[in-house]
Design a protein around this ligand. Structure first.
Ligand SMILES: [Zn+2]
Length: 311
């Protein structure tokens, strides 16, 4: 099956044409200048036509357009339900009509983390697995869950995807979602600057001289022996591991797939999460198989085929 796919990120959209388990062609459209999703739709449609042309696939031969969105969506109605500080105009847009009009194909929208889980199950680290949870560690923290081969969506389309908003510290930092001490508020890239600055000794730390406080800088300074960087690294690893245990307890998976930008340091992050899950999760049946995602930023694009097949 051939399909069009869009994975909408914070400042860009990955646009692709997918054939079964391969990305046939893709292009990244910068949306820095776009005032909202409405303004981004024309450049996205143009990019989809270009990638289809490059792949030698007619747009009309595609089953549809799978659209990954970083918020809560209603896949049946083809609408965005709720955003989190990005593309706040999206709930007012009729994306299904836009896709029919501009591309002549049906559109199915899905939360980006669910789409990434579908992709990893179709072509990556979750192949052959019917009970699987995915956790993505990056700018935000995403989650998605499949139980008995069915993607969890829930009554209000929130099931499984709020793993980043499981509470890691009920006396912790305020989160963008309205909660307090969410995994995402305690250990995501957007929270990392505050986490570092609030760690005792920060001013004297090598981290105080970093232009941009990302996890790569924290891990590098920790490796060099900086005490504050080590404290931040250890705390974030524990927050992620605690979140992973909660997701295992919530969804009873046989496998946990961990992805996202932080997994560029998988050699550090994955064993820490795995050891904590194996030690602390209540799984009398055995041990959850903890694995790194294998598709990287293409995971959500490769979820297009299973999504359009009705997943
Ligand atoms: Zn939250």
């Amino acid at each position: 099956m051939k399909a069009l796919a869009v994975d909408l990120g914070g400042s860009h959209a990955a646009c692709a044409v997918v054939a079964d388990r391969e990305v046939a062609a893709e292009e990244t459209v910068s949306l820095e200048a776009a005032g909202g999703l409405g303004e981004a739709l024309s450049p996205i449609a143009a990019a989809l036509r270009r990638v289809a042309g490059r792949a030698g696939i007619a747009v009309r031969d595609c089953r549809g357009l799978a659209f990954g969105f970083c918020g809560l969506v209603d896949p049946d109605a083809g609408r965005v339900l709720s955003t989190n500080a990005k593309y706040d105009d999206a709930p007012g847009l009729d994306l299904a009509s836009w896709a029919r009009r501009e591309l002549g194909v049906p559109l199915r929208i899905e939360n980006d983390a669910r789409l990434a889980l579908l992709g990893e199950r179709h072509a990556g680290a979750a192949r052959g697995c019917d009970d699987v949870v995915m956790m993505t560690l990056g700018t935000g923290i995403g989650g998605a869950a499949m139980v008995g081969g069915r993607l969890l969506r829930g009554r209000h389309f929130q099931a499984g995807v709020l793993g980043g908003h499981l509470v890691a510290d009920f006396e912790g930092r305020p989160c963008t979602c309205g909660g307090v001490g969410c995994v995402e508020a305690e250990a995501s890239t957007w929270a990392l600057g505050a986490v570092c600055r609030e760690t005792p000794g920060f001013e004297a730390s090598a981290l105080a001289r970093e232009a941009r406080l990302g996890f790569e800088a924290v891990f590098a300074r920790a490796e060099e022996g900086d005490r504050v960087a080590r404290a931040v690294r250890e705390r974030c690893l524990r927050v992620w591991a605690a979140g992973a245990v909660s997701m295992v307890h919530a969804w009873d998976p046989e496998r946990l797939v961990v992805g996202g930008g932080v997994m560029r340091s998988a050699a550090l992050v994955l064993p820490a999460i795995e050891a904590h899950v194996h030690r602390h999760a209540w799984t009398p049946w055995g041990k959850v198989d903890v694995r790194a995602a294998t598709l990287g930023e293409r995971a959500a694009l490769l979820g297009a085929v299973p999504l359009l097949e009705g997943a």
